[in-house]
Design a protein around this ligand. Structure first.
Ligand SMILES: *[C@@H]1O[C@H](CO)[C@@H](O)[C@H](O)[C@H]1NC(C)=O
Ligand SMILES: *[C@@H]1O[C@H](CO)[C@@H](O)[C@H](O)[C@H]1NC(C)=O
Ligand SMILES: *[C@@H]1O[C@H](CO)[C@@H](O)[C@H](O)[C@H]1NC(C)=O
Ligand SMILES: [Cu+2]
Length: 208
């Protein structure tokens, strides 16, 4: 009986941990790679080597599709026009071009539109998505080539979970500031309370 209770508690904790750590994933186009434990590592979530194959993305109508674990977040997407950017290249602010910024106030699927104002067709770029869900900045990168026409780019992947219009470049509240951390306190505190609650329930159940 105690074994069952213990297993139940472990399952609860694992479940909670998954909820907490499912910050965000990049669902389209494919990122360099995703590792939950390294997503907070700049500049590319622990993946410092460019992908062997670049994704073709259109100059007009490009977007990044993500799945957010947080209900409220801000984001920035930077483009770095270099064939084999190093980690250091991402901290050179004069070579990073911001191609998107915004925020969303709903979880799960979100289509983040990109605006390649100063980028010419056939430019190799690495797109860096910087996501701020309130518990630290998270990173994902996509190695791409910006082209006039990208027939392989699947526009039907652009979906907003709240059903809002995906064609608009300006995005909904909250105001963008992917570099700030001030919004973080609320959700972190909630998570701490949640974890304390689960541990308390586990201890009392085990003691019965
Ligand atoms: C930073 O980027 C600019 C523009 O691409 C470049 O001219 C400059 O040499 C870079 N600086 C360093 C330290 O790499
Ligand atoms: C872009 O990158 C690919 C490799 O991913 C390379 O073959 C190609 O020459 C690069 N294009 C330019 C214009 O440098
Ligand atoms: C594009 O994405 C949609 C939605 O996921 C999918 O149903 C469709 O098969 C995709 N099309 C291609 C050509 O991959
Ligand atoms: Cu998170």
């Amino acid at each position: 009986m105690a074994g069952v209770r213990f297993a139940c508690c472990v399952a609860l904790l694992v479940c909670f941990q998954t909820l907490v750590s499912a910050h965000f994933t990049l669902t389209y186009p494919s990122s360099r790679g995703f590792d939950d434990t390294k997503e907070a590592t700049a500049p590319c979530g622990g993946f410092d080597t460019p992908s062997a194959q670049r994704v073709q993305i259109p100059l007009d109508g490009a977007f990044i599709e993500i799945n957010s674990g947080h209900t409220s977040y801000t984001y920035i997407v930077n483009a770095l026009a270099k064939n084999s950017p190093t980690v250091a290249d991402f901290s050179n602010t004069s070579s990073l071009v911001q191609v998107a910024q915004g925020g969303r106030a709903y979880p799960q699927a979100a289509c983040l539109p990109l605006a390649f104002n100063d980028i010419k067709p056939n430019t190799n770029v690495t797109l860096q998505v910087v996501y701020n869900g309130g518990d630290g900045l998270l990173y994902q990168c996509v190695d791409a080539v910006v082209v006039d026409a990208a027939p392989s780019f699947n526009k039907t992947m652009c979906v907003n979970a709240d059903g809002s219009d995906t064609s608009s470049v300006s995005s909904s509240a909250p105001a963008a500031s992917a570099t700030g951390t001030s919004a973080s306190q609320g959700s972190t505190t909630q998570m701490a309370y949640g974890l304390t609650f689960i541990v308390a329930v586990c201890i009392s159940v085990l003691l019965v």
